[in-house]
Ligand binder design. Structure first.
Ligand SMILES: [Zn+2]
Length: 325
């Protein structure tokens, strides 16, 4: 049976109920840019995700990215754990097994380089509670978490934030069952037949976490210190005469796009990644603000450049590079 081009409006509506937390979304470009990457961008009508768009997503004509967190409620219908390193599947299976001990059935979805583990809520849950739960689980199982303690490889948990400001978007993840535009391939959940309708049946049947359950799971727990977000600090005005680390002394700025220079991330480069040479965004207005879109932390980038950050508070520069995720 053909699996592409058969999603109905009714299937799209079911998908919408399972996955859509807010009407903002991103779209994966169908054509690669000059470096061969298929970026996700916020389309012009990006505040109005429609069932018809989801239907296109399911039929492989566009691929949308979904945001995890609704800033009006600070809640999410799901938690997704993304892992794409060697042994990623082992770690996700251990998490899945451990979740099952709490009565939580998590669905495993293949991804391009690893997999995503999805947990669904009966009613949207506070992102903060979900994150306390998953990070404590990861700590107990010694599953690596990306970006913590300089780790380049590890899981990433969506929602990535406990809370968002009213104008913030947080991070989007590729909507399941969409076709990856770079390789025109669709990834499925392992737990059901590889047809859209069978997959939706499976996801709807999965037991969903309730609010009183998650409260019970995290009773007495808090976010482990190493996973807490770093506080934002306001920088003094950018002053070239000050003696401080300047990233542009160490990397070639590369091309300009949407207020940033884009160049190869030194930390990615050290791991043989970022062949297209554009993971690192450096704000043109204030080069103290830079960010690796593959998730390398400032500590990782600085040590890759041979200038490790000595004082922890050095690393707390806000990194709003002003680019769509
Ligand atoms: Zn990087």
């Amino acid at each position: 049976m053909k699996s592409i081009g058969q999603a109905t409006t009714e299937m799209a509506a079911r998908y919408f109920r399972l996955f859509v937390n807010r009407l903002a979304y991103t779209v994966q470009s169908t054509k690669p840019d000059r470096t061969g990457k298929h970026y996700y961008y916020r389309p012009k009508d990006a505040s109005r995700l429609a069932v018809s768009t989801i239907r296109e997503h399911l039929n492989g004509r566009r691929t949308v990215g979904l945001y995890a967190l609704n800033p009006q409620t600070q809640r999410s219908k799901w938690v997704a754990i993304d892992a794409d390193y060697d042994n990623a599947l082992d770690d996700l299976l251990r998490l899945q097994w451990e979740l099952r001990q709490d009565g939580v059935e998590a669905a495993l979805e293949k991804s391009r380089r690893g997999a995503h583990l999805w947990i669904f809520a009966e009613k949207p849950l506070l992102a903060q509670q979900c994150r306390i739960y998953i990070y404590n689980l990861a700590l107990r199982l010694r599953v690596p978490v990306k970006g913590v303690a300089g780790l380049a490889e590890g899981i990433e948990v969506f929602p990535r934030q406990d809370q968002l400001g009213p104008q913030e978007f947080g991070n989007a993840i590729r909507g399941p069952l969409g076709v990856h535009q770079a390789i025109k391939k669709r990834y499925w959940f392992y737990g059901a037949e590889y047809r859209v309708e069978a997959q939706l049946d499976y996801l709807e049947r999965l037991p969903k976490i309730k609010e009183d359950e998650i409260a019970r799971f995290i009773a007495g727990l808090e976010m482990p210190v190493q996973f807490r977000p770093k506080p934002r600090v306001d920088l003094p005005p950018y002053d070239l005469s000050r003696r401080e680390f300047r990233i542009l002394d160490h990397v070639r700025p590369g091309r300009k796009r949407s207020g940033n220079y884009w160049t190869r991330c030194p930390s990615c480069a050290q791991q043989g990644r970022d062949q297209s040479g554009d993971n690192l965004a450096i704000s043109t207005a204030d080069p103290r603000k830079y960010k690796c879109w593959a998730g390398c932390t400032k500590e990782m980038i600085r040590s890759a450049l041979g200038h490790p950050i000595r004082v922890r508070s050095d690393a707390t520069y806000a990194t709003s590079c002003g680019s769509a995720e």
